[in-house]
Design a protein around this ligand. Sequence first.
Ligand SMILES: NC(=O)c1ccc[n+]([C@@H]2O[C@H](COP(=O)([O-])OP(=O)(O)OC[C@H]3O[C@@H](n4cnc5c(N)ncnc54)[C@H](O)[C@@H]3O)[C@@H](O)[C@H]2O)c1
Length: 374
Amino acid sequence: MAKIETVGIIGFNVMGAAIGLNAATCGYRVIYKELNDELVKAMYDRWVTGALEKRVAKGKMTQEEMDKVTGLISGTADYKDMASCDLIIEAAIEKMEIKIQIFKDLDAVCRPDTILASNTSTFLIEKLMDGISNPGRTAGLHYFFPANINRLVEVIRQKATSDETFDALMAFSEKNRKVPIKVNDFPGFAINPVFISSYMVLTDFFGDKYNAATLDEISKQALGVRYGIMWVLNGSGLGTAYHAAASMNEYLADSDVGYPPTPMPLKTRFESGKPWDLEDGPILDDQAALDVVKERLLGTIFAISTHLIEKDVVSLQDLELGIRTSLAWPKGPFTMMNEMGMAEAARLVKVVVENGLFKMPKTFAEGVPAAWQL
Ligand SMILES: NC(=O)c1ccc[n+]([C@@H]2O[C@H](COP(=O)([O-])OP(=O)(O)OC[C@H]3O[C@@H](n4cnc5c(N)ncnc54)[C@H](O)[C@@H]3O)[C@@H](O)[C@H]2O)c1
């Protein structure tokens, strides 16, 4: 396997461009592919010159630094130009058939040792890479929005991924000044199963009794965050949030993990085309009613996090680190459980299991377990 010097990016929009700029800023040569010559130019103007000129104007970057970065990035509409890449990160539109075709096309033009990685949010890496020659070189490399700021990267191993490929991707992420965590292939990987179920359970309460302002406040208090979950959803887009929720439910609801039902209030809101109104009235003044939601939210986070550890999707330490880094929660789920006491954590897990949101994790099946070894 060659040293990674040239990085290919397929799809140069929000995510692909941020990943490419990050790599070029760290000294890698970047070749991106878009659908046609017009898009190649439009994406370059928008994400490369457009974005960097603004940084120079604000004094955050010198003209010399900008020239160095722009000199490392080129675009193409032709797969043949990707042949010199040592690593290719696919960040095209989230459609399974399109991604599968992209990897087939890459397989035909790239060297047999070129590492092929996908930045998909929802598809199993194993499925996207099915039939690719030399599958030891395939993996997932999942960046988080906004990828120029959010430091977490999930390095995803599918069954076929070789140690050499995995190690090369960990080292690549570190050289890009990211915080990589090791994750095994699983629906949504490690962080999204936690985050998505959190907002599914929270938004399901939206209605006459709980307004958006109240739900946002409950999430702030439960997690100790500055920006509540409803606010974050407005930023990431309710359409994306709804589709991710539906697909996670489809993947896991009938499995031995379980997953919450797709929340109707989230669907209705996304279809209305409006974000949550975070000033839609006073915050509910009823502690018992607030506690119902808070307990359901925390129980959800504890149940899914425990399932992820039991399934060996991620280590406890990496899940703690990943959640703090990507979601900016001050504490990871296992620290939260230890701090509140395992008897209370077990009670909250039982509440969500009894409400049919998750299956009972083994750790909690026999009653109150010992505190987590952090
Ligand atoms: N946006 C997020 O918050 C986020 C976060 C993490 C991961 N992701 C994942 O990253 C990927 C990209 O996300 P995005 O928001 O930038 O998507 P997007 O749909 O905005 O952009 C995709 C780009 O890919 C291009 N494209 C499509 N087919 C192509 C092909 N065959 N060859 C070359 N280019 C092609 C499109 O022209 C477009 O510019 C998706 O898989 C998404 O799930 C997104």
